[in-house]
Design a protein around this ligand. Structure first.
Ligand code: ZN
Length: 161
């Protein structure tokens, strides 16, 4: 079986940045399972995996526009400290999940805390970065009707959502 639209694919991967630092890896953990063609993973990686088979290994370099997007200055903004009233110690580098205007979950990073002013950055932490993936395909199967309806793979345990 080859990777294509509507296949559920399991991959082992290691993601490094331009400085060859490991940013993220599945090695030592469960493989990443995604639904091909459903934008579960960055576009550049999905394209690179198209047509691959179990056991195939690949190295892919992905430019920001095919990864987590370009870094956008307009996503940096200053908000009031009161927005974080539940957080006692607010420090630069802290990350929060916020809902973007389009309803998608967005990670917001605190850049600076200056009295009542908190500078936050809504760019994905990997926005503007070139991504280097080393990937091995470990499993490919047909998606179930439920998975296609949900747009993501389901694990072994039943879940309701
Ligand atoms: Zn689901």
């Amino acid at each position: 079986m080859q990777i294509g639209t509507d296949k559920v694919v399991s991959i082992e991967y290691t993601l490094t940045d331009d400085a060859e630092e490991v940013v993220d890896t599945s090695v030592g953990e469960e493989p990443l399972v995604y639904l091909h063609g459903a934008e579960n993973i960055v576009p550049g990686l999905e394209v690179a995996l198209e047509g691959k088979s179990v056991g195939d290994e690949l190295k892919v370099t992905i430019e920001p526009e095919d990864g987590y997007g370009e870094y956008l200055e307009e996503l940096v903004s200053v908000v009031e400290r009161a927005m974080f009233e539940e957080i006692d110690e607010l420090e630069p580098g802290m990350q929060f999940e916020a809902e973007a205007p389009d309803g998608e979950t967005q990670i917001v990073t605190v850049v600076e805390v200056d009295g009542d002013d908190v500078t936050i950055d809504g760019n994905h932490p990997l926005a503007g970065q070139r991504l280097h993936f080393q990937v091995k395909v470990v499993d490919i199967r047909e998606a179930t009707a439920d998975e296609l309806a949900h747009g993501h793979p389901h694990g072994d345990d039943d879940h309701e959502h």
